[in-house]
Design a protein around this ligand. Structure first.
Ligand code: GTP
Length: 597
């Protein structure tokens, strides 16, 4: 098709508002995917994604649609639905001319919707409002429509009412894509510039790069150059996604497709990088490229020290496919050999952990996540510290800075008080509150990222019965009065339990943490003191009393099967234990600091 008949768009939606269901319907109605090969939700094809019902990795699909007897090519570029991946979202939006804004007509605008709409507006996209789930009895599309107009200032006079589930409004959406979203600019004569919006590692063909040609053209066999990574390759294969990969000879400005070029790791073909020709390079790369900066770090230690090499192999394999994952070896006297790993956020961390355990059969102890601190030392150096146990001694440091985030909370007005209390407890600084609709308020706070890592989101949901939503972005570093709190179990320092806290909270955290550890660590054959210390000063202490009886003592003379069962139960209980000196410490204890109060 000519470039005037191409439309590139993505779908912006809050989690659960129906993005995947709608995408599936669009693929079905355009005949892109036959009913019979329709797996439920074609676009999210990773198991983990399906289980969690969230979109993690993006994909793309090309559809043919005939409008007024003219064939059009519609490229849907999917976006991941989580704040950890907002950089990826911004790059997929930059690859489009328009976006469908899908809002659940029974729920209304959520914080994440807002954040993504702003990203779309920054990228000058044409936005088509779609009110989904109008089949639900509780749907109030007119009301939600006014909300969108008020909050976002978007003209909703041509909003489309739809039910992705029932297939209502789907052709209206397709027509609107053709009518309202502009065609790409025809810049095929310029030097090649293609924007990478996704890439994944294929063990047989190397990295498969998904991109949108912004300027110029690219064909099979071309020698291509990645402007950010500075590497060059030959394009072994060029093709389109329909949504399966289909080879073509050449792709022109405005088109969306993939390249296989024997790239060895996704880090060499990162999202946001610009592809150009090796021999006719573009003058400048496309704007918006950013390096991945891990925000959250944790230690990963194999329960069984023999699994250390396997853990290293698994991390290396995952990294081939995940440019944002960082790791380096870490040793601790308490934990043995492991890795300190960096992630974009908590969800990213959980995904990696889960994959290591499920796909690589590793049995791991994960230590509590920490943010990256900036330490200004007395001799004038500034260093980064992502491991609380490595915070330099007070005598060596002049000041410590920590990352701050700006958060926006959207909530029904009944829960404003509860949310403000939560933010205040977490050292939040109130910035602004405004009503975005009769019954809904937006509250802005600035608070330390460290206070958000952990159970903040869970607390937000439980204190508002699930009605509030949030969105955050990092705004920079600020100096805080921070100190290191250490934990001693049976007089032995357990480095992975060290945590960095604000001085005002040190005593209460110390007390709560020792109490929590006492609950979580099973009693041993001997008495075990648990202490919280600042430097050499003990600020809180508890003790686990000793048990004397062996579990088997209960069934002396009893039947053998019961005995086996008990042993098995004990073994299962042991699975997630790490022996610290003579004390077995369970996985939950390492996360205890996140679940105080
Ligand atoms: P993420 O992948 O997490 O971003 O979620 P999503 O926005 O893709 O939502 P998804 O399509 O998975 O839909 C969420 C839930 O809403 C599912 O249980 C769908 O069956 C349901 N749903 C989607 N569209 C409709 C609709 O039009 N009507 C009704 N009643 N339910 C819908």
């Amino acid at each position: 098709v000519p470039i005037s008949n191409i439309r590139n768009f993505s779908i912006i939606a809050h989690i659960d508002h129906g993005k995947s269901t709608l995408a599936d319907k669009l693929l079905q109605v355009t005949g892109t995917v036959q009913n019979r090969d329709m797996k439920e939700q074609f676009l999210d094809n990773m198991d983990l994604e399906r289980e969690r019902g969230i979109t993690i990795k993006l994909q793309a699909a090309r559809m043919r649609y005939v409008y007024e007897d003219t064939p059009y090519c519609l490229n849907l570029i999917d976006t991941p639905g989580h704040v950890d991946f907002s950089y990826e979202v911004s790059r997929s939006l930059a690859a489009c001319e328009g976006a469908l804004l899908v809002v659940d007509a029974s729920q209304g605008v959520e914080a994440q919707t807002l954040a993504n709409v702003y990203l779309a507006l920054e990228n000058n996209l044409e936005i088509i409002p779609v009110l989904n789930k109008i089949d639900l009895p509780g749907a109030e599309p007119e009301k939600v429509l006014r909300e969108i107009e008020e909050v976002i200032g978007l003209d909703c006079s041509k909003a489309i009412f739809c039910s992705a589930k029932e297939g209502i409004g789907i052709t209206e959406i397709l027509d609107a894509i053709v009518q309202r979203i502009p065609a790409p600019l025809d810049t095929a004569k310029n030097p090649l510039r293609a924007l990478i919006f996704d890439s994944y590692y294929d063990p047989y063909r190397g990295v498969i790069v998904y991109f949108r040609v912004i300027d110029g053209k690219v064909k099979k066999g071309d020698r291509i150059f990645f402007m950010a990574s500075g590497k060059d390759y030959f394009a072994d294969e060029v093709g389109v996604l329909s949504p399966n990969q289909i080879q073509v000879d050449e792709l022109y400005a405005g088109e969306v497709g993939y390249i296989a070029a024997s790239v060895r790791s996704v880090a060499d073909a990162r999202v946001g990088d610009t592809i150009t020709h090796y021999s006719r390079k573009a003058e400048s790369s496309l704007p918006g490229y950013e390096e991945a900066t891990p925000m959250v770090f944790c230690g990963l230690f194999p329960v069984d020290a023999d699994q250390f090499p396997d853990l290293r192999d698994a991390l290396e394999k995952l990294q081939l496919n995940d440019a944002a994952l960082k790791f380096e070896p870490e040793t601790s006297s308490a934990m043995g050999f492991g890795f300190r790993c960096g992630f974009l956020g908590l969800l990213h961390m959980e995904i990696v952990q889960e994959r290591l355990e499920r796909e690589y059969n590793l049995n791991l102890i994960t230590t509590a996540p920490s943010v990256v601190y900036r330490v200004n030392s007395v001799n004038g150096d500034t260093t980064l510290c992502s491991n609380p146990s490595r915070l330099p001694d007070p005598g060596q440091r002049k000041s410590v800075e920590e990352p701050y985030v700006k958060i926006e909370l959207l909530t029904p007005k009944d829960y404003i008080g509860a949310l403000m209390e939560l933010a205040q407890e977490r050292r939040g600084e109130f910035k602004e509150m405004k009503y975005i609709a009769e019954n809904r308020a937006s509250i802005l706070y600035e608070l330390p990222l460290a206070e958000m890592v952990g159970d903040f989101f869970d607390q937000l949901k439980s204190r508002t019965k699930g009605y509030a939503s949030m969105e955050y972005s990092v705004i920079g570093y600020r100096e805080s009065d921070l100190i290191k709190l250490d934990i001693l179990i049976n007089a032995e320092m357990v480095e992975p339990l060290s945590t960095i806290v604000h001085r005002d909270k040190a005593y209460s955290v110390g007390r709560a943490l020792t109490q929590k550890l006492k609950e979580l660590i099973p009693r041993q054959m001997f008495k075990v003191p648990i202490q919280a210390c600042i430097g050499s000063k003990v600020i809180a202490s508890e003790a686990l009393s000793a048990i004397r009886k062996d579990v088997l003592a209960k069934c002396y003379g009893g039947d053998i099967s019961r005995k086996k069962k008990l042993l098995k139960k004990q073994a299962a209980g042991k699975k997630r234990m790490k022996a610290i000196g003579r004390v077995d410490v369970p996985q939950e204890a390492f996360m205890a600091v996140l679940k105080l109060e």
